[in-house]
Design a protein around this ligand. Structure first.
Ligand code: HEC
Length: 119
């Protein structure tokens, strides 16, 4: 009888461990998808569906600032935009708008820009 009881406890512990493992792995998957979804929703109008650039936004695929730049610098551009004297692309008349993403969204976007978008 005590033997069975121990078996029952182990089964429960195993189930709990598996459940926690599943729950812990979800945010990472969600964050990766979130970056792609956010890009589709908020960025492709100017940067193109594959980040190839358009008349109103520079290419982000193969862009050294995106590929090699510091995450914080890229996040800053995504959250605060880049206008007027800060502008780096004079041939593109408009600016990178301010306030397109929250900090956590910018984080997910940078992961996407540096990761899947460059493939
Ligand atoms: C209204 C058009 C527009 C939208 C929408 C837009 N961008 Fe931009 N973005 C620009 C322009 C224009 C620039 C270049 C500004 C300049 O001259 O430096 C730029 C620059 C950037 C840069 C810097 C590129 C470099 O080489 O310095 C990044 C990174 C970027 N955008 C990411 C994003 C992301 C991520 C989104 C979606 C959340 C987004 N942009 C949405 C127009 C846009």
């Amino acid at each position: 009888m005590p033997h069975r009881r121990v078996g029952g406890i182990n089964g429960h512990v195993l189930f709990t461990a598996v459940a926690i493992g599943v729950i812990l792995s979800l945010p990472a998957v969600a964050a990766a998808d979130q970056g792609a979804d956010l890009f589709r929703a908020k960025c492709i109008a100017c940067h193109g569906p594959r980040g190839e650039g358009t008349a109103v936004g520079p290419a982000l695929k193969g862009d050294p600032f995106v590929v090699k730049g510091a995450t914080d610098e890229i996040k800053k551009v995504i959250m605060s935009g880049r206008t007027d004297s800060e502008k780096k692309y004079p041939a593109i008349m408009n600016s990178m708008p301010n306030g397109l993403a929250s900090e956590s969204e910018a984080e997910a976007l940078v992961r996407y820009l540096k990761g899947d978008l460059q493939k």
